[in-house]
Design a protein around this ligand. Structure first.
Ligand SMILES: Nc1ncnc2c1ncn2[C@@H]1O[C@H](COP(=O)(O)OP(=O)(O)OP(=O)(O)O)[C@@H](O)[C@H]1O
Ligand SMILES: [Mg+2]
Length: 245
């Protein structure tokens, strides 16, 4: 089996600042890669470079062996902010790019949008506008919008960071279901329990470098690199504190 995504010696510099330093990662079809690391370590930058949203200074990003080009639909990305059009229904938000970017006839685009909404559990709410949906539902519409484009790889950058804790679960469950159905994905999340249970491999970034890339049992099971252990210890202390509060 060939990797669906190959990141080779990827570098991103802005002026003198080295944001990503020779990152290499092969992702096999159906893998779910959890990306963790401290704030400012380069997690969003890595996803944005893979998606072609940030220019790279060196290296390659290949999808199914070919250089990915922005707009070719090979990579789909879901952001912390849902960025739905407020004046459009959920269905129209999902169908818009199919019609405008892909030139799909309205009837086909609407059917595809319905199917994508059903996949995220919102088949019954396609006629609602974003203001009539919860934050979790809006994020699921945003996921459906990305799914409808049928990308080869799906990227999630802190998809639940803007949500109340009780709305987080429904979005994480959707991502879990997609992973279980074989969607190849990279997920940046601070929800460590979720990352541990979802991921086939976990990548820990620090200062733009991959410090560790290993199965979650290794990363979370105490066998991690010292830098990773320190990060997880701080995280666990914070979670314990939140529980006590
Ligand atoms: N356009 C830019 N110009 C200069 N520096 C940038 C630019 N974009 C990002 N950076 C810097 O690159 C580093 C990595 O940023 P990035 O947003 O990728 O981190 P992150 O791991 O996603 O952090 P967080 O967990 O806070 O979201 C940071 O130091 C950031 O300030
Ligand atoms: Mg980020």
């Amino acid at each position: 089996m060939n990797p669906v995504l190959q990141v080779r010696a990827l570098e991103r510099r802005v002026g003198d600042v080295e944001i990503l330093r020779r990152i290499s990662l092969d992702v096999m079809p159906g893998e779910a890669i959890g990306v963790i690391g401290p704030s400012g370590s380069g997690k969003s930058s890595l996803l944005r470079c893979i998606a072609g949203l940030d220019p790279i200074s060196g290296g390659d990003v290949l999808v199914e062996g070919r250089t990915a080009k922005p707009g070719d639909g090979a990579i789909g990305m879901v952001f912390q902010q849902f960025n739905l059009w407020p004046h459009l229904t959920a269905r129209d938000n999902v169908a818009l790019a199919l019609k405008v970017v892909r030139g799909m006839p309205a009837k086909d685009a609407d059917a595809k949008a319905e199917a994508a909404l059903t996949k995220v559990g919102l088949g019954a709410l396609g006629a609602r506008k974003p203001a009539a949906l919860s934050g979790g539902q809006q994020q699921r519409v945003a996921i459906a919008r990305t799914l409808a484009m049928e990308p080869r790889v799906l990227l999630f950058d802190e998809p639940t960071a803007a949500l109340d804790p009780e709305l987080t679960t429904e979005v994480l469950d959707v991502i879990r279901t997609l992973a279980a159905s074989g969607v190849t994905m990279l997920v940046v999340s601070h929800e460590m329990g979720f990352v541990a249970s979802l991921s086939t491999r976990v990548v820990f970034l620090d200062h733009g470098v991959v410090v560790q890339a290993a199965p979650p049992g290794e990363v979370f099971g105490g066998g991690g690199e010292p830098r990773v252990k320190t990060f997880l210890k701080t995280y666990l202390e914070r979670v314990a504190w939140t529980k006590d509060a």
